[in-house]
Design a binder for this molecule. Structure first.
Ligand code: AMP
Ligand code: MG
Length: 307
């Protein structure tokens, strides 16, 4: 798992140029969708098992940050990757254009308010990184944030990167692991997917002419992403750039990245202390004494003791 995802990891401190360093069509030697079916199944099963342990241990939380350009497949990735997990243990938070109230608050506040708790996997469908992406590509967004003049003038992105890094470090030191995924789509594949949304009636609802207008800012976004990866991939919260021209591959890779974080955390089911074990034994004796005649006192008596 660790080896499979290594090529996607942005080395902390490296200087990234998206177009030069990451190929949206990379398949890691998996030729066809059908060759990847079992892999995806394995990844989903791993996630399901580890998520149950994460919830039972109730010590760590996991935040998955998902960023992408339009039509890169964020929604489908969330649907597939999380298809096997207990809905009680995950929460998906989507971030849209900030409200008037949010614009009156510091830029990290709304993200802080929607973090996962211990035992949970939280997915940010868009995230605090929009604050250095769409806000950077369209500076009128920054205007709306009403920052004091001295904060706005120089190095505003640099300072945001620092703030984000510190915030993420603080979270990781408090038991929240952060894993950041970017679905890397090529310009041509985006064009094709937009056309699909236009041509297939059941997909029309997904189409937005605003998304097509955003395409004109493709190069600005590529630059903003590259700069963001160069400054915010850290030891405690690395970025993974996942090839997204093939949906099936992106799903395998995303599930592998998330599974890997859980494997590293290695959450365990809590084991009972002596006192709790004693209580259990007492309860067992009284339940056995209640057995009606003819029934086994304890049908699980010979079941394997896993505690
Ligand atoms: P969607 O995810 O397709 O529903 O679109 C959400 C829209 O909200 C996108 O166009 C984002 O660019 C926009 N958005 C998300 N976060 C911010 C932000 N912090 N500032 C401005 N626009 C944002
Ligand atoms: Mg959209």
């Amino acid at each position: 798992m660790a080896r499979f995802i290594e090529p996607f990891r942005v080395t902390p401190g490296s200087s990234v140029k998206l177009a030069r360093d990451f190929d949206p069509a990379f398949k890691a030697g998996i030729e066809k969708k059908k060759d990847g079916v079992q892999l995806l199944r394995d990844g989903i099963e791993l996630l399901s098992e580890y998520q149950a342990r994460l919830a039972a241990q109730d010590t760590y939380g996991v935040l998955v940050v998902l960023q992408a350009l339009d039509a890169a497949g964020k929604d489908g990735t969330i649907r597939h990757v999380m298809s096997g997990v207990n809905p009680q243990g995950v929460r998906v938070e989507s971030f849209k254009v900030p409200s008037a109230r949010e614009l009156d608050q510091d830029f990290l506040r709304r993200y802080q308010e929607r973090l996962p708790s211990r035992g949970e996997i939280g997915i940010f469908n868009r995230s605090h990184y929009e604050e250095v992406l769409v806000v950077r590509v369209h500076p009128e967004n920054l205007e709306r944030q009403k920052l004091p003049a001295e904060v706005r003038k120089d190095h505003v992105w640099r300072r945001r990167y620092d703030a984000i890094n510190s915030w993420e470090q603080y979270l990781s030191e408090n038991g929240f692991r952060i894993v950041k995924i970017f679905l890397n789509l090529s310009r041509e594949e985006q064009r094709v997917r937009f056309l699909r949304r236009i041509d297939l009636p059941d997909h029309n609802w997904k189409f937005s002419s605003h998304d097509v207008e955003e395409r004109q800012f493709w190069d600005n976004y590529q630059e903003a992403f590259s700069d963001m990866f160069s400054h915010t991939s850290t030891q405690w919260a690395p970025w993974y750039v996942i090839p997204a021209d093939r949906k099936w591959f992106a799903r395998i890779a995303a599930s592998a990245v998330i599974a890997n974080v859980l494997i590293e955390l290695d959450p365990q089911y809590p084991r009972l202390g002596d006192e709790a074990r004693h209580d259990l034994e007492q309860a067992k004796l009284s339940l056995e004494a209640e057995a009606p005649s003819g029934a086994a006192a304890d049908p699980f008596e010979h079941a394997e003791q896993s505690n």
